[in-house]
Design a protein around this ligand. Structure first.
Ligand code: CP
Ligand code: NVA
Length: 308
């Protein structure tokens, strides 16, 4: 059973193969209308369940479109409307869904929910974001960097802001794809020690730098994300804004990175909080390519999971 639960738990050669396959599938579509199927239909006859316990625009639409382009079918399920949200266990839900569908993608809160789903499902499970990680996003980000600038190995990626779930998957990717990673943000919002240690254990140069100006010097890629994630209490909002105001990615900060540095954001963005519109819409930004590449990267993840 090949689940795609996290970047650090997936073998590096498999991750590389998925990125290469994503580039090839993107190239093969060659401007054809998005609603048309791929020439290859490896998911023909397969049904994919997409479960959301949190809101989503990109993950929901890109998985739905991706499965259909590959010839499969989808059903999009809201956790609240399932018995899952009314006391049925994750394990029983996994056992039942495995009798109907060929693959389960789930966006949930606790990592334990994802793990339990994977443990009891007899079909592959894909992590569509938890409070702790967001691996599909970072597969698209690696693809996007390489599409614009070539191999990401050895490059310097700087994360400015909250050391959250997306930051965690970036640290996993740093270890697995061999790039360096600098986190800049206030100490209470540092990424988990375990993730910093993972990237270091694989040989990445991992730095934690409090001064954002110092952090972005020599950056090949600067990344921001929301200051308040979906799992964070709304009561944290004001405190977060006060803690993170100095870590906004604006033109002055981008000017300190390498002249050809890219800017990424997984979206949704809060313009003029974590990033200014001048950067989002400016020459360094590849945020909409990044959003598009969710589609191509996840098609590669789906094929890898199903072995097709
Ligand atoms: N980046 C991302 O996962 O977006 P959604 O929350 O819209 O799926
Ligand atoms: N860190 C954000 C990412 C959204 C795609 C969140 O978890 O809300």
């Amino acid at each position: 059973m090949k689940h795609f639960l996290d970047i650090h738990t997936t073998a590096a050669p498999d991750l590389r193969q998925m990125i290469d396959s994503a580039h090839a599938m993107k190239a093969a579509r060659n401007g054809r209308p998005r609603g048309t199927p791929d020439d290859d239909q490896p998911l023909a006859g397969q049904m994919v369940a997409l479960i959301f316990e949190k809101p989503s625009t990109r993950t929901r639409v890109s998985f739905d479109v991706g499965v259909r382009q590959l010839g499969g079918q989808t059903m999009v399920l809201s956790g609240k409307e399932m018995q899952l949200g009314h006391g049925e266990t994750i394990a029983d839900t996994a056992r039942v869904l495995s009798r109907y569908v060929d693959l389960i993608m789930i966006r949930t809160f606790e990592e334990a929910t994802l793990q339990e789903m994977a443990e009891h499902a007899t079909v592959p499970v894909i992590n569509g974001l938890t409070n702790r990680t967001h691996p599909c996003q970072i597969m698209a980000d690696v693809m996007t960097y390489e599409e614009h600038r070539g191999p990401i190995a050895g490059k310097k990626v700087v994360w400015s802001g909250d050391g959250n779930n997306v930051c965690a998957s970036f640290l996993h990717a740093a270890g697995q794809f061999g790039f360096d990673f600098t986190f800049t943000g206030p100490e209470p919002l540092d990424p988990e020690r375990e993730w910093l240690d993972f990237a270091r254990s694989k040989g990445s140069d991992v730095q934690v730098v409090r001064d954002p100006a110092q952090a972005v010097a020599g950056a090949d890629l600067v990344v921001a994300d929301t200051w308040v994630s979906m799992h964070d209490p709304q009561s944290a909002r004001e405190r977060r804004h006060n803690q993170l105001r100095g870590y906004q990615v604006n033109e002055a900060l981008m000017a300190l990175a390498k002249p050809d540095a890219l800017f990424m954001h997984c979206l949704p963005a809060h313009r003029d909080d974590e990033v200014t519109s001048a950067v989002m819409d400016g020459p360094h930004s590849v945020v909409f390519d990044e959003a598009e590449n969710r589609l191509h990267a996840q098609k590669a993840v789906l094929r890898w999971c199903l072995g097709v």
